[in-house]
Write a protein that binds this ligand. Structure first.
Ligand code: SAH
Length: 379
């Protein structure tokens, strides 16, 4: 990670995150502290405390830790509340990059959608995250930091979590940042971490077949969601260039393998685009592709997100679902949260980054910016 640039323009030394480090790793950073201190620091980090808030540590230890470390590298920058009860969190990172997450309340608990990369290199035709390519991978502490920051902001603790479910469906391709995502999963599920059950975590992939198999072999049992979006290779390649590397046969083969190894039903995500992938022929082909193993199709109505692609009506989506159901295919239409707060992948980060860059240019010209009356609705 690069260092911060302060108001004076001086680049500060980058501070390393403590969040997610193991007890031994923390102990090695503070060799003269008593042995239980590392355990306390690890717990404080998961509870969302910053170093100043680790009040059972001596003042001297806190001061020396603060010179080189931060607890959580993720800070909540803005919160946008939707009419539907969901909230979009915009986070800032120590190098000035922005990422986003969506908090969605349900009657069975609350789901947080987290980002795994800044930008994305998959370039799916309908997705705002990949529009500008990949900026960088997120470090595991930066994925974990989103969960810890929102859990604390929503009034949760480690024991009584406000974030009960996690979906890796924000910006980025999780399996393209494999090692950090695996370490994230290990820490977020650890008994002395956040203790989230693997059953309450979903990982969504554009279909990197070899990594899907590696993930299946890793022994972790999270729900795997696979973005399919078309059952025909020619169309899928247009929507998802990654299909030229891993075609539908490779992706569905890896999905079957995931089921075989983990016993977990695989979810196929299918973003419905009017006139593109909602034909009878598509429904027939989907039946064929999901035959013989427990799979479920999650239909998502396209959020046009600035593209010329068209969103089907709610009735059309339901009709497609019923067609699949009538053929014996398990399918539902997913409720889309946060449509009034740019809930689709990467939309908000792109807009705010562009606005901040424009503001920077203006303030460089010596103009003072009056933030009152701006369209940000920070909750
Ligand atoms: N890279 C991963 C995870 C991030 S995207 C993946 O591709 O699965 C999470 C889901 O949202 C994917 O199914 C993606 O195709 C879908 N998605 C992205 N932009 C969308 C949009 N504008 N409208 C509807 N679904 C979208």
């Amino acid at each position: 990670m690069k260092g911060d640039v302060t108001a004076s323009g001086v680049r500060e030394k980058a501070k390393s995150p403590l969040l997610g480090l193991g007890e031994r790793e923390i102990a090695s950073l503070i060799p003269s502290a008593p042995s239980y201190t590392a355990r306390q620091i690890r717990a404080f980090c998961f509870a969302g405390r910053d170093i100043d808030g680790m009040t059972s540590l001596s003042k001297a230890l806190r001061a020396s830790l603060k010179e080189d470390y931060v607890a959580n590298p993720v800070s909540v920058m803005r919160v946008y509340a939707s009419r539907d009860g969901s909230k979009k969190y915009l986070f800032s990172l120590p190098d000035g990059n922005l990422i986003e997450g969506v908090f969605m309340p349900h009657d069975y608990g609350n789901t947080l959608c987290v980002s795994t990369q800044i930008g994305c290199r998959m370039h799916c035709a309908f997705c705002a995250s990949g529009a500008d390519g990949l900026v960088r991978d997120l470090h595991f502490s930066e994925i974990l930091g989103q969960v810890v920051a929102v859990n604390a902001a929503e009034g949760g603790s480690v024991k009584e979590r406000a974030v009960t479910n996690i979906v890796l469906m924000g910006s980025g391709e999780p399996l393209d940042n494999y090692d950090n995502v695996m370490r994230f999963l290990d820490e977020v599920t650890a008994a002395d971490g956040l203790n989230v059950s693997e059953r309450n975590i979903s990982l969504s992939t554009s279909g990197l077949a070899d990594k899907m198999k590696r993930f299946a072999d890793s022994g972790r049992k999270v729900t795997l969601s696979v973005s399919l979006h078309s059952p025909f290779d020619e169309e899928r390649s247009k929507l998802m260039p990654v299909n030229r590397r891993y075609n539908i046969a490779a992706v569905t083969d890896a999905a079957r393998y995931y089921f075989k190894r983990t016993g977990r039903r695989v979810i196929f995500e299918y973003t419905l685009i009017a006139g593109v992938n909602d034909s009878d022929a598509c429904a027939e082909k989907l039946k064929e592709l999901t035959k013989g193993f427990p799979a479920h199709i999650n239909l998502i109505r396209l959020n046009p997100a600035g593209t010329s692609l068209k969103r089907p009506t709610a009735d059309a989506a339901k009709e497609f679902m019923l067609k699949l159901n009538a053929m014996g295919v398990s399918a539902t239409v997913r409720h889309s949260f946060g449509e009034d707060i740019e809930g689709a992948c990467g939309q908000l980060r792109r807009r705010v980054s562009a606005e901040l860059a424009a503001e920077d240019k203006e303030s460089a010209r010596g103009r003072t910016e009056d933030r009152k009356g701006s369209k940000f609705t920070t909750a």
